[in-house]
Design a protein around this ligand. Structure first.
Ligand code: ADP
Ligand code: MG
Length: 334
C-alpha cells in the first residue's frame, strides 16, 4: 500500500493552498498591485533571494489571487525560456490576444498591437519576469521597451522582477533604473522552525500516515541550505521506499544516500533492474528473495537475473554476506 495520499503535492511545481511565513511579503505585493484595480500605477517589485525560498511560488500565488479580477491580465514569463526583448514582448502580446502567431511581426508592430489591445479592452497587466538575470544580461533594452508601453496608453502595468542576484540591475542605466521605480523585497532563507511548519503542511497534504519525528528531521536537513526543494525531494524519495507509514527510518536512509555523492553518481548510470535490486536490498536478502521481489516490477528470466547479480558483484555494487538456506545472502556494498 502506498503511503501517499497525493504524491503530486511534493512535486516542485505544485502550488500549495497557502505559503506559511511568506504572508507578509504576499500582503505587501498584493496591496501594491491592487492599485491596478483603481487604474493607478503600482510600484514595480524586485524580489531577490537564494534558491528555494519561495520567490516563484509567491509570485504565482499572487497571480492566482488576481486571476479572478476582470480588467487585470496576469502574465508569468520565465526568462530562461524568453531571453530577448522580442521574445518577452511576443509572449505578452500572445497572452493578451494581441495577435495569434509569434511569427512574422516586427518589434514595433508587436509593440503597437499590445498598446492597442490594452486600450481597446481597458486591460491592466501584471507581468512577472522570473529569473530575470539572463534577460537583462542578454538584452537590457527590454526594460526600456516595457517602460515605453505605458507612454502610449492610460492602462497600467505592474512588473515583478525575480532574481537570485541582488545586483542584477547594477549595469542598467540610471535613467531607466529610476523610471522603473523598484520596490526591493528580500526573501531570506527559511529558519529551521519556519521550514518545519512548511514541511508539516506539505506532509499533511501528501501522506496518509507518518511518524511524529519526520518533519523535524527533514526540516533540519533542508534548513542547512534554507531551500524547501531539499525537503520536498527527501520526502518524495522517503515516501517511495516507505511501507504503510512514512517513518523516521525511511528519511534517515534517504539522507544517508544523499550524503554519499559517489553513490549518487553511480545510481545515475545504472540500469533499471540494477537500481531496483539496490532498492530491494534495504536489508540483507537471499538471492531467492531478491528474485521474487524483482519479478514483481521487472520482467526478467532467472538466467538473466543471475547474470545481473554477478555483474553487480564484480562492479562492487553488492556483496555476498554468506549463505542462508542454500541461497547466497547479499547486501549493498555502498
Ligand atoms: N512558504 C512556503 N510554503 C510552502 N511551500 C513553499 C514555501 N516556500 C517555498 N515553497 C515550495 O518550495 C519549492 C521551491 O520554491 P520556489 O518558489 O520555486 O523557490 P525559488 O523560486 O525561490 O527558487 C516550491 O515547491 C514551493 O512551493
Ligand atoms: Mg524560482
Amino acid at each position: 500500500m502506498s503511503v501517499f495520499k497525493r504524491e503530486e503535492v511534493l512535486y516542485p511545481e505544485y502550488l500549495p493552498l497557502n505559503l506559511p511565513h511568506r504572508e507578509g511579503q504576499i500582503k505587501l505585493i498584493s496591496e501594491n498591485l491592487s492599485l491596478l484595480l483603481k487604474n493607478s500605477k503600482p510600484m514595480n517589485i524586485f524580489i531577490y533571494g537564494p534558491p528555494g525560498v519561495g520567490k516563484t511560488a509567491v509570485s504565482k500565488f499572487i497571480l492566482r489571487e488576481f486571476e479572478q479580477y476582470s480588467g487585470i491580465k496576469n502574465i508569468y514569463i520565465n526568462c530562461w525560456q524568453y531571453n530577448t526583448s522580442f521574445a518577452v514582448l511576443s509572449e505578452i502580446g500572445i497572452s493578451i490576444g494581441a495577435f495569434v502567431s509569434r511569427r512574422g511581426w516586427a518589434k514595433d508592430e508587436i509593440f503597437s498591437r499590445i498598446v492597442q489591445t490594452m486600450e481597446n479592452n481597458r486591460l491592466n497587466l501584471i507581468v512577472v519576469l522570473d529569473e530575470v538575470d539572463q534577460l537583462i544580461k542578454n538584452d537590457p533594452n527590454v526594460l526600456y521597451d516595457l517602460l515605453r508601453i505605458e507612454n502610449y496608453t492610460k492602462q497600467k502595468i505592474g512588473l515583478i522582477f525575480i532574481s537570485n542576484d541582488k545586483y542584477v540591475f547594477r549595469n542598467v542605466e540610471d535613467r531607466i533604473k529610476s523610471s522603473l521605480n523598484l520596490e526591493d523585497i528580500e526573501f531570506k532563507p527559511y529558519t529551521f522552525l519556519e521550514m518545519k511548519d512548511i514541511v508539516e503542511q506539505r506532509m499533511k497534504e501528501a501522506f496518509v500516515a507518518y511518524e511524529e519525528g519526520v518533519s523535524a528531521l527533514v526540516a533540519a536537513k533542508a534548513a542547512e541550505r534554507g531551500d524547501v526543494r531539499v525537503a520536498l525531494e527527501i520526502l518524495l524519495k522517503a515516501g517511495r521506499i516507505a511501507k504503510d507509514k512514512l517513518r523516521v527510518e525511511d528519511v534517515k536512509k534517504v539522507i544517508k544516500e544523499e550524503n554519499n555523492p559517489r553513490a549518487q553518481e553511480i545510481m545515475k548510470v545504472l540500469r533499471e533492474e540494477e537500481k531496483r535490486i539496490l532498492e530491494i536490498l534495504d536489508k540483507p536478502r537471499t538471492t531467492k528473495e531478491i528474485f521474487e521481489e524483482l519479478k514483481k516490477s521487472i520482467k526478467i528470466s532467472r538466467t538473466e537475473f543471475y547474470r545481473v547479480l554477478d555483474e553487480m558483484i564484480k562492479k562492487g555494487l553488492i556483496k555476498v554476506l554468506g549463505k542462508e538456506n542454500r541461497s547466497s545472502l547479499l547486501y549493498k556494498a555502498l
